[in-house]
Design a protein around this ligand. Structure first.
Ligand SMILES: [Fe+2]
Length: 187
């Protein structure tokens, strides 16, 4: 029998403690057209990191699982909170779990029929994202939002969804917390 020390995570920060972690940063410059106010996005520092994902080396095989953590920095573009680009899975039927780690925010989900729902994300929150549902994380707080994720290796990411359909709602700052705004093109 061999006893080994496995990979660990810090549940308070969502940081994965492993030598082979893969990290991908997404800066403002890569988010053209994602936020409602494109002119504000274009004016900002294009190398500013909006969110990053750290994950264990991606698996490929059918039946395998991936594990990663998304970190969304606090802030806004105009009054629209920082968020991930959002996606639906390439293999749309594939589901996913998110787990809130630190900070506070929202998980936006949208079915193919256009039914929208939002869930509060907070330390300890558990989110089941069914298949055929597009999803995006939004940081509505003043600190970094981190959420763990477990998804099937074969799920893949389809970002064309944004151009073809897009999310029906956006989340903006309000005097108290946030407000939900429905986009005109869906009226
Ligand atoms: Fe996903």
């Amino acid at each position: 029998m061999h006893l080994s020390i496995p990979t660990s995570i810090n549940y308070l920060t969502g940081h994965i403690d492993a030598e082979n972690v893969v990290c991908k940063e997404t800066a403002l410059g890569a988010l053209k057209g994602v936020f409602a106010d494109e002119s504000q996005r274009a004016k900002g520092a294009q190398d500013q990191v909006v969110y990053k994902v750290e994950m264990l080396p991606p698996q490929q095989k059918e039946g395998e699982l991936n594990f990663g953590v998304s970190h969304i920095e606090p802030g806004s573009i105009g009054d629209e909170f920082h968020m991930t680009r959002g996606h639906i899975h390439q293999r749309k039927e594939q589901a996913e779990f998110y787990f809130g780690s630190q900070g506070e925010g929202l998980l936006l989900m949208q079915t193919e029929k256009g039914e929208v729902s939002i869930e509060r994300v907070f330390p300890g929150s558990v989110h089941h994202i069914p298949g055929f549902v597009a999803h995006r994380l939004i940081n509505t707080g003043n600190t970094r939002l981190s959420a763990l994720a477990v998804w099937p290796a074969v799920a893949g990411h389809n970002y064309d969804f944004l151009d073809e359909v897009g999310f029906k709602i956006r989340i903006f700052k309000s005097s108290t917390t946030y407000k939900v705004v429905y986009m005109d093109k869906f009226d």
